[in-house]
Design a protein around this ligand. Structure first.
Ligand code: NAP
Length: 283
């Protein structure tokens, strides 16, 4: 049976660190503020936005919410972003994705000031992640790295396999593992003999979006298994890994819920703090 990597525990440690720093900044007269934009009324997005607001409140970060209707135009959204870019009281800007199909997501991401882009989705920040010289951490992958570090799981020289190559999870995840000197393979839907590839992994990260996709026969004995997936199956939240079976083989494993999810928000809070420090010339 595996050791459980407890995302609630690790995220609480990160949040405590951030809260202490926010308090110290407040004592110097510097406030920290995150602006969150939500377009439309997608129920999952509403939950994510509510969780981010709650985390801000817990940590002493001011949160400003901007709710636009499903019918909002590209111009309306871009002019709001422009206003927030210019607003010195706002340190971080996050536009909750996905946007309604009528809006151009790429243009919206590119419109956010890279210095306030706490999701690290702007092409400038993506490029910085690529070269390993970054201010903003990609939230979910950085959360995974924080968990590995907390549990003293060394990446150097290990075979790392990431299933998934999305811009928000898979690609930056592979890059962060590479920066820590892992030998990284990025697998995807066209990968041949996937189970053969995943069985090589000392560290296996699943970011596929298919419930219980990773079965026990895809995992090497003693592997570290990180489950990024957040899927709904039979009305319940469930990961990309068949937890019951895989936890019999893995040395460490993240549960869903209570694994990677809380880490994503903790990193977002960390990024908002970093933005405030940079904008106040404190780093
Ligand atoms: P995505 O954009 O849909 O990407 C899924 C990736 O999985 C793609 O690269 C796809 O390959 C690959 N894939 C799909 N079917 C496959 C198959 N049969 N074999 C191998 N690879 C396959 O999803 P995402 O945004 O990266 O998210 C992945 C999961 O993580 C979702 O469950 C999402 O909800 C979750 N998530 C969680 C958090 C968190 O905070 N915990 C944050 C973000 C996302 P192709 O590129 O070839 O299509």
């Amino acid at each position: 049976m595996s050791n459980i990597i407890d995302g609630k525990l690790v995220s609480a440690a990160v949040k405590e660190r951030v809260a202490n720093e926010v308090k110290a900044l407040n004592n110097q007269g510097v406030s920290v503020c995150l602006a969150v934009i939500l377009v439309g009324s997608d129920p999952a997005s509403q939950i994510y936005v509510a969780n981010k607001k709650k985390a801000c409140e817990q940590l002493g970060i001011v949160s400003k919410e901007f709710l636009l209707p499903e019918t909002a135009t590209q111009d309306e959204l871009l002019s709001l972003i422009d206003k927030l870019n210019c607003d010195e009281s706002v340190n971080g800007i996050l536009c909750q994705l996905p946007l309604p199909k009528t809006l151009d997501e790429k243009a919206v991401i590119a419109a956010i000031d890279p210095n306030k882009d706490v999701d690290a989705f702007h092409p400038i920040n993506v490029g910085k992640i690529m070269i390993g010289d970054y201010d903003f951490l990609p939230c979910t992958p950085a959360g995974v790295m924080e968990m590995l570090s907390y549990y003293n799981i060394d990446v150097c020289g290990k075979e790392c396999v990431v299933i998934g190559r999305s811009n928000i999870v898979g690609k930056p995840m592979s890059m962060l593992l590479l920066h820590k000197n892992g030998t990284v393979t990025t697998a995807h839907s066209r990968t041949k003999n996937l189970a053969e590839v995943t069985r090589r992994a000392d560290i296996l990260v699943a970011a596929v979006g298919i419930a219980k996709f990773v079965k026990a026969d895809m995992v090497k004995d003693g592997a570290v298994v990180i489950d990024v997936g957040m899927n709904r199956a039979d009305g319940k939240l469930c990961g990309d890994v068949d937890f019951e079976a895989v936890s019999q083989k893995a040395s460490f494993i993240t549960p869903v819920p209570g694994g990677v999810g809380p880490m994503t928000i903790a990193t977002l809070m960390q990024n908002t703090l970093t933005a405030a420090k940079r904008q106040n010339n404190l780093i």
